[in-house]
Design a protein around this ligand. Structure first.
Ligand code: ATP
Ligand code: MG
Length: 382
């Protein structure tokens, strides 16, 4: 298969804020490539540097080091002293606050980037009409902006960002002002819009569910560094870093020390307080290393009788079983630890019961115990 071209290339990006003693290192060598036509998400906790990275791509922030290319154009290179200003970069932006002009109609808002470029009136009318169709707002041209719902305002902001036919759309938490239901609906709309227009899109969020639902690729960030890159499926089911496993969805961590490991395709063995457990190792995990096994609550079958002929079975006592409709959410004590386990609602389960948990080695990811420092290149995607 032909390699997809990278539309955005970020190389060794460095950024500091403040002066002297106040100086903080906000981006610490961020490097990533965003394939053309993809929906690419920066995900991470508040303050990890998502917005700063996006603003560097937009040209709203000047990095202290590194290089950024958009398409075949270098828009920033510290060594070569290249800095292309925002209005010369082929980008469209939508922010958390949509920054819609309240004194203007829908059409005037959307036309704004063309109006300031003094494009001919007939061209503006045609292009406004085209983008309003794309976002599903045709017919609302003359509506005053304040008379729009949250979702409609969102679409106006999108239409305005699209009107200059950008190569890259930059979306910084565009859904966080909407109520929960509309958020989910607009999530699908953004994805559908991105598919239709095929515009390379960078989407910033701290909401892991949103990131899983919308993205082709996710770059997980923490403390100004890139932690891991992968598809939603890879990052959720086969994380390579402890931070990824805990930040994306709910997981159980069982601490231990690696006893045996042979590459990353064969199961390894780990000494834990629950005995010796088999697991699938993250790349680079070594014998004798302090490690954790990460296993998701929905991947732990519960047996009432001790299963014979299965590996990785531990005994536990049900502490809590809450019926959620689609599952029981249980807390099960195993030794000193309490594991979160989700079971099928047909199989009733009650506090006080003694049970056997099958920690299927295929669902056990063996990860380095402490991984917020130092990043191995092999973890940054395929
Ligand atoms: N103009 C600024 N001056 C000083 N520090 C700043 C400035 N902008 C951001 N920072 C700091 O840089 C770090 C990264 O900020 P950034 O806005 O990129 O985080 P974020 O990942 O987008 O977080 P959030 O999810 O809260 O939006 C934070 O510690 C923040 O306080
Ligand atoms: Mg932010």
């Amino acid at each position: 298969m032909a390699e997809k071209r990278d539309m955005v290339q970020i190389d060794s990006l460095e950024k500091y804020f403040g002066e002297d003693k106040e100086r903080v290192h906000v981006l610490k060598g961020v490097s990533l490539n965003i394939p053309e036509g993809s929906l690419y998400t920066f995900l991470g906790p508040s303050g990890c540097g998502k917005t700063t990275t996006l603003r560097c791509v937009a040209g709203l922030e000047r990095p202290d080091g590194g290089k950024i290319n958009i398409g075949s154009q270098t828009v920033f290179a510290s060594g070569e002293r290249v800095y292309v200003p925002t209005n010369k970069r082929p980008i469209g932006m939508v922010f958390q606050s949509y920054a819609i002009w309240p004194h203007m109609t829908v059409a005037e808002n959307v036309a704004y980037p063309l109006t300031i470029q003094r494009r001919p009136k007939t061209e503006i009318k045609q292009r406004v009409s085209d983008v309003l169709k794309i976002v599903g707002l045709d017919g609302l041209e003359d509506r005053p902006a304040p008379k729009l719902s949250g979702g409609q305002q969102q679409r106006v902001a999108f239409a305005r960002a699209l009107i200059n036919e950008p190569k890259v759309m930059l979306l910084d938490e565009p859904l966080s002002n909407l109520d929960a239901k509309l958020r989910v609906q607009m999530r699908s709309e953004i994805k559908a819009l991105q598919r239709r227009t095929n515009i390379t899109t960078i989407f910033v969020t701290h909401d892991q569910a949103e990131a899983l639902a919308i993205s082709d690729q996710i770059a997980v960030m923490h403390g100004g560094k890139l932690i891991e890159i992968g598809s939603p499926h890879q990052l959720y089911s086969r994380p390579k870093r402890r931070f990824t496993a805990t930040f994306l969805g709910l997981t159980n961590l069982i601490a231990g020390k690696v006893l045996e490991v042979d590459g990353d395709s064969r199961p390894g063995k780990m000494q834990t307080k629950k005995g010796i457990l088999s697991f699938i190792p993250a790349p680079g995990l070594k014998k004798d290393q302090a490690a954790v096994i990460s296993i998701r609550p929905e991947n732990i079958p519960v047996h009432k009788e001790k299963p014979r002929s299965l590996d990785n079975v531990v005994e536990g006592t049900v502490k809590e079983a809450i019926f959620m409709g689609d599952a029981y959410h249980c807390k099960i004590a195993v030794g000193d630890d309490v594991l979160a386990v989700h079971t099928h609602p047909f199989h009733s389960i009650s506090p006080g019961e003694k049970v056997y948990l099958h920690l299927d080695p295929k669902s056990c990811n063996g990860l380095p115990a402490d991984d917020t420092e130092g990043i191995d290149e092999s973890m940054l995607g395929d």
